[in-house]
Design a protein around this ligand. Sequence first.
Ligand code: TMP
Length: 215
Amino acid sequence: MLITFEGIEGCGKSTQSRFVFDQLQKRGMSVLWTRQPGGCKLGERLRAMLLGQEGSGLTPQSELFLYLADRSQHVAEVVRPALTAGKVVLCDRFTDSTVAYQGYGRGLDVQLLRQLNDVAVDGCLPDLTLILDLPVECGLGRARARNADQGQTESEGRFEAEETAFHQRIRDGYLALAEEDARRYVVILAHGTLDEVFQQVWKAVRARLEISEQK
Ligand code: TMP
């Protein structure tokens, strides 16, 4: 079972996906938390490159190919073996990030991106995707506060520095994706407290994994 977490900057997907990890572990389930970019050795290097200063000079196309390289390697080395071993895999960003950011955000052809994603994941598709949705100003405010706290003004903060319209296109893109496939996507209203958001996230995960409330 592959569950992916998606959303704009500062939507809280990393925190929420880790909460899910804890809950599933508590229930004795075999679960892996991972992320894109950065969930394997090559990915860690690509992440530093993509989100650091080096990334600021990239063309949208070379940025795209680096995300795809990360994805292909990560699926082959980490995600598929874990799924084959029967684990629940929680992935912080996956194919939809490319469609939302490089497609809706940067303006690359969405259909082409879907095909390239298919090549990268080679049949490994999410069973459930949670889109944590909130207003762009709210997400960017959170992301900037987090970066300042962690002393990350530039590295890891490259996307936060893009103009608001870029992030609005990404948000709209995610919502358009959700409209296309109500079975795979669940949109979570992400501007509440951590607990309020988690209640929605957990409900969706529980339903998909068929975990009863009492367990
Ligand atoms: P984050 O996962 O810590 O939010 O950072 C990853 C950044 O990379 C985020 O700004 C979104 C961006 N990204 C893309 O643009 N395309 C992709 O395919 C992925 C996985 C991430």
